[in-house]
Design a protein around this ligand. Sequence first.
Ligand code: S6P
Ligand code: ZN
Length: 191
Amino acid sequence: MLEIKKLLSSFDPATAVISGADAAWRRLSDLFGCFSDLTAYKAAMALDDALVYSVASSAPADGEGDMHYGAGLIMPGRIGREYFMTKGHLHVWREAAELYIGLSGGGVILMEDESTGESRLAPLQPNHTVYVPGHTAHRTINTGSTPLTYLGIYPAKAGLDYSAIAKKNFRCVVIERNGKPVMVERRSISK
Ligand code: S6P
Ligand code: ZN
């Protein structure tokens, strides 16, 4: 049986730090190729390789039926009209679903069905959940003016597959239009 301290964890909903857990920080330079407006991306990079998001992961056990969770923080900001966001991924084990729980700030999760390419946008806000089904690429986006924090709970064996997104990106982008986030086809927006 797992020792009791492996069964417990604590996180800070303001900073998305999980005590005692590893964390990764993603800066603008780590997101090359993600944003649609390359000119705006280069201009932002010339000013500062800003922190875009962090993610901490708690992985108490790695067996077949075990679960992990991540705590994410995305800074507010935009590159051109596109909001700060995560790289986005599919799970290596495609069947793996994930449950997101909003903690603070406001944003959306962009989902894209791997086989049909169908895109959906789900609001992510405090005390609300978003269920991301298997076989679905997902990217979290901060559409607010304060940091967005959230938890993502997933099967331990889900794994992260960034390769498909790195090759063709998401079909849709989420941009600011008249002060509001809208989802549009990537090919429809002018550079
Ligand atoms: C993992 C889960 C999250 C993300 C985090 C960062 O399955 O979806 O913890 O890892 O939102 O996103 P990304 O795309 O850089 O892994
Ligand atoms: Zn995931």
